[in-house]
Structures are given as C-alpha cells and as structure tokens.
Design a protein around this ligand. Structure first.
Ligand code: FE2
Ligand code: FE2
Length: 155
C-alpha cells in the first residue's frame, strides 16, 4: 500500500534519530571499553542493539508504505568526554526522540494510520520505559553515591 507522504517523511526523520542513537551507543561502548568501564561497555552495546532494532522497524514500515528509507542522515552529536557527559547527552537525545515519537503518533492517529502508530508505540515504550528510565536512574545514583563510587561500580 502507498502511505501518506507526510508519514513516510516523518518516519525517515525518526529513522535519523534511531541511526544517530545507534552510532552514539556504538562509539560510547568502544570508548568505555577503552577506559575499562566494562559494565557500561555492555550496557551501551545493548542499547545499540535496541536502536538497530528500532531502525529496522522503521525501515520495514517505510518500505511497506512504498517509501524510500534514507539511511544517510544523522543528527549532529559530539563525542562525550566523560561518563557523566555520556549519561546526560544520551538522556537529552532520548528525550528528543520520545518527544518526536509522540508527535508522529498523534499525526498517525489523526490520519487514521493505525499500523504505523502501532510500530511507533513499541519504540516509545522502549525509549521511555527502558532507555530514559535507565539513564535517569544512573544520574540519580551519581547524585546519591557520588561520581567516584558510581564509576567504581561500572568497572
Ligand atoms: Fe530507539
Ligand atoms: Fe533509545
């Protein structure tokens, strides 16, 4: 079926967000490995897999709507210089993704595209109840136990 062109364009913008998150988690996983923070290495690698899965869902839906998935774009990001910066900048990125997901979900609802809405609701669930929640918990932990203790727990 040929989908609404506006929805296909929105899906491509969302795809840019997922691909950016995938790249960010990939590089952070390698950086944390280099720094010796093995728990964080594993966590970022797990997030990278989630983002890859999210990108795949969007690509599949764009193809189903007979659109052309655009995998060339990225949101500009800088490489975080510390663990705390990573946690903060990732939280910002995820909050931006969640906000955009909610906007496109509302548009799908208005246009009566329930299939597309369902795809996005799954992504929103992971983004809010896994990624954002986990990042917020880490930042709360840092303020409770102190940065040094937190970093020690991630070795
Ligand atoms: Fe995602
Ligand atoms: Fe995410």
């Amino acid at each position: 079926m040929r989908g609404n062109a506006e929805i296909t364009a929105d899906f491509n913008t969302l795809l840019t967000g997922e691909l950016t998150a995938m790249d960010v988690y990939f590089v952070q996983s390698r950086i944390c490995h280099n720094w010796g923070f093995h728990k964080l290495t594993e966590r970022w690698a797990h997030e990278m897999e989630d983002e890859t899965r999210h990108a795949e869902s969007l690509i599949k839906r764009i193809l189903f709507l007979e659109g052309a998935p655009d995998l060339r774009q990225r949101i500009s990001y800088s490489i975080a210089a510390s663990v705390e910066e990573m946690l903060k900048s990732n939280l910002e990125l995820e909050i931006g993704v969640a906000k955009h997901l909610r906007e496109v979900i509302a548009k799908c609802e208005t246009l009566g595209d329930h299939g597309s809405r369902m795809v996005l609701e799954e992504l929103l669930e992971d983004t809010e109840n896994d990624h954002i929640l986990w990042l917020e918990t880490q930042l709360k932990l840092i303020s409770k136990v102190g940065l040094e203790n937190y970093l020690q727990s991630q070795v």
